[in-house]
Design a protein around this ligand. Structure first.
Ligand code: ADP
Ligand code: MG
Length: 361
């Protein structure tokens, strides 16, 4: 009989556990950027400036004018499962912030070099600190000159995860993913101005103003051709007020949808589908498929739609804790919601088509 070597179970060392976990949350530069962007928005920022070098592989910097970080919190900034946003598991239901797990900055610090400068609005000076493997490696924060808000700089992403680093060599592809996610938030978050630029370039590749409307931002980012074809969409099902005040799920779908969809006369080259559910940028392939199917019946072959939708549902209907990068959320009555939205899009497209025929004759 062959004797098999018996592998024994041992506990992994903490830094191994942390680096493995970090790889799940921070899959590529854009995941780090999305987390930092969401932190800036959670901090109430009205200006966010993103600077990128080599698609974020070399440098990702995000500067905001949010509420800043208290001096005494800085030593916990990159500690795993440390957060200012959640206290109890129950808080997760209907959570008002984009973050809640206290994992993002910790994860970034396990796979990159990170530096922070922050200044609270009533402070006389700023503070800076740098982090590695979850810990402030400067020991304590250093006073510095600053403007109110927070700047986080991430350098040499995946310097210690070589397979990942090799797989992400293409900075152009990474940069376009970064532009894509900031574009989505820029349309959604009218009231906040966003800038994205490559380090060393004077001209920004994306720039929106805090005073601009969603439609202005669609125009600035996706072009006048898209903006001029937009039809407003508004649709609601059930009573949000009643459903939100009860912690139990109701029998049927309850939601409001608001957004802009391209008319049947718009012939885009690429399909753009921007979806926010309860304030989060998410993917929902069943919904995208259903809406695409409506457009294939009204658009010529190869022409693509632009769809921006904001869905609001009672907190008790949505599970935000579904995916390590929070890229998907679960929600109740998905089929009914998808079907209702498909019908609303179809209705709006047909109505606008008839109107056009009517005004032309
Ligand atoms: P989470 O967002 O889930 O709380 P993060 O790791 O993303 O976890 O951030 C940890 C904490 O750091 C946040 O809870 C927040 O208090 C603080 N923080 C991070 N980024 C910023 C920022 N740009 N402005 C103010 N506070 C920030
Ligand atoms: Mg966060």
């Amino acid at each position: 009989m062959v004797e098999l070597a018996m592998p024994r179970i041992v506990r992994l060392e903490e830094h191994v556990v942390n680096r493995i976990a970090a790889g799940e949350v921070i899959q590529r530069p854009v995941s780090a950027l999305k987390e930092m962007l969401e932190n800036s928005l959670d901090a109430g920022s009205t200006q966010v400036v993103v600077t990128v070098k080599e698609g974020g592989n070399k440098l990702l910097q995000i500067q905001d004018n949010g509420h800043g970080i208290a001096r005494d919190d800085l030593h916990l900034l990159c500690e795993r499962h440390a957060t200012s946003k959640l206290r109890s598991f129950e808080d997760l239901q209907g959570i008002g912030t984009l973050g809640f797990r206290g994992e993002a900055l910790a994860s970034i610090s396990f796979v990159a070099h990170m530096a922070v400068t922050t200044m609270q609005h009533d402070a006389v000076h700023g503070l800076s600190a740098s982090y590695r493997d979850g810990i402030m490696d400067t020991g304590s924060p250093t006073p510095c000159a600053a403007v109110p808000g927070t700047t986080i700089t991430v350098e040499d992403l995946f310097y210690n995860v070589l397979t990942r680093k090799k797989a992400l060599k293409n900075g152009t592809e990474e940069y376009s993913r970064i532009l894509d996610i900031v574009s989505r938030y820029a349309v959604f978050k009218a009231g906040t101005g966003f800038t994205v630029k490559r380090q060393g370039e004077a001209r920004a590749d994306l720039h929106t103003l805090p005073s601009a409307s969603r439609l202005d931002n669609i125009r600035a980012i996706y072009g006048p051709g898209v903006a001029n074809s937009m039809l407003a969409l508004k649709h609601s099902v059930g009573d949000m007020a009643v459903a939100s005040s009860s912690s139990f799920s109701s029998d049927g779908p309850v939601f409001t949808a608001e957004g802009y969809i391209s008319s049947a006369s718009h012939q885009g080259k690429r399909s753009t589908f921007i979806l926010f559910i309860n304030g989060r940028a998410v993917d929902c392939s069943p919904l995208k498929r259903a809406i695409d199917a409506v457009y294939t019946t009204v658009l010529p072959k190869a022409a693509k739609p632009f769809v921006f939708l904001e869905l609001t549902m009672p907190g008790s209907h949505v599970d935000v804790n579904m995916h390590p990068t929070k890229k998907e959320v679960g929600f109740l009555h998905q089929e009914d919601v998808v079907d209702g939205l498909r019908a609303a899009v179809e209705h709006q497209l047909l109505a606008s088509n008839n109107e056009r025929t009517y005004t032309q004759t």
